[in-house]
Design a protein around this ligand. Sequence first.
Ligand code: FAD
Length: 396
Amino acid sequence: MSKRIVIVGGGVGRTMLANQLVSKLYPEILRGEVSITLLSNSPHHYYKPAFMYVAFNQFFEEELKRPERSLLRPEITFEVEEVTDFDFSGQHLKTRSGKRMGYDFLVIATGCVPAPERIDGLKEAGDHFYQYQPARQLAQRLSTIKKGRIFITVSFPQTPNVPHQCGIAPVETTLMLDDFLRRRGVREHVEIIYTYPTVAQLLRNCLFLQRPTGDILPRVFEQKNIHYQRGFTLSRVDPEAKIAYSAEGDAQPFDILMATPPIRAVDAVLQSRVSQAPNDEGWLPTNHETLQVYGLENVYVIGDTVDLPVSKAGGACHNQAPVIANNIAAEIRLSAPCSVYDGRVQAVAQMGLNAGMPLWYDYAHDVLPTPPTRLGGLLRNGFNRGLYWAVARGML
Ligand SMILES: Cc1cc2nc3c(=O)[nH]c(=O)nc-3n(C[C@H](O)[C@H](O)[C@H](O)COP(=O)(O)OP(=O)(O)OC[C@H]3O[C@@H](n4cnc5c(N)ncnc54)[C@H](O)[C@@H]3O)c2cc1C
């Protein structure tokens, strides 16, 4: 009987993976021995990193999305269906429209969602750039502020050694903010304060989640008159008084609170009760090497839903997709997975509105920061405006 591979989620992780699986298993697909189905709750694919540019009026919605179908090889069946239940023991899924779908191999690629409501007052008083509409609202505020105080906070998951989404994004947006306000001619009247929590993955009292990058940040910020503070773990916000309180006992006023909010897995994953992550965050217990979900037969996970210690980033998906494609192909052909993920993540960080810094790291090595350059900025712009879609199609 034909082996059914079902991938759930419509983001970058699963799009790359589905296309790579077709290349890998083409002979079996042609013979009708393998089928690949993608289920997503949206017909669109969003280039999520562009949300941070939305906050600075550089991208609008129509520029950062494509129809998911247009990114997929024709051999893939694509259905717009929201998965509501995973029945792992029976190897099937249920969808909101009432469909029941069996699988032989399942890949969960449902990403994560911001959860500002998990900190008292943050949803009401804070801004963020991790979704389109909140980023538009932030753009409105950043485009009109003439003087005051922009206070930047970062919240980590409570699951030990799991980072927030896109580790470098708070630094990128702080530097973009500085440039943006300079362009607007209001920078000298607006104070920017970048803060970081006491516990950042394995580090304590740092400005970034990896030491080499954290160590250079004070110099970078001082050159731009950006203030910074370690040991600020956001615990609650008073929307009326516009004060952010920390678990360490500090209280800081703000005019704009630009936050990296708590995050969690999507409802269907939370409700599957497979995760034992604290605070009901829902990260799936992931084999660091094979990317299988511990305790489940024939189930893999990719992207932001993992509980791995690497950045929840497209640059992580890029390296995870070929490992999963190879492992599923090996399970079909050899009855056992054979590829190993080494924790590799790569990206080009946006360091201000024009400059970029290529970066890469893995389980064993931190990012070694290099001076941001305009060439790096061009590379990032090329990625934003075109290369990303080639990557999603599995071409790069
Ligand atoms: C502001 C911002 C900046 C970023 N910057 C960078 C960067 O510079 N570099 C980088 O590498 N990464 C960056 N990232 C991170 C990157 O975008 C994510 O890591 C990546 O999108 C994760 O891919 P994914 O496939 O796991 O999830 P997603 O891309 O989030 O896709 C999840 C998909 O699952 C679908 N879905 C959810 N629930 C269900 C369900 N129940 N049934 C069916 N479908 C469902 C959703 O509709 C969505 O299509 C950034 C992210 C943000 C928000």
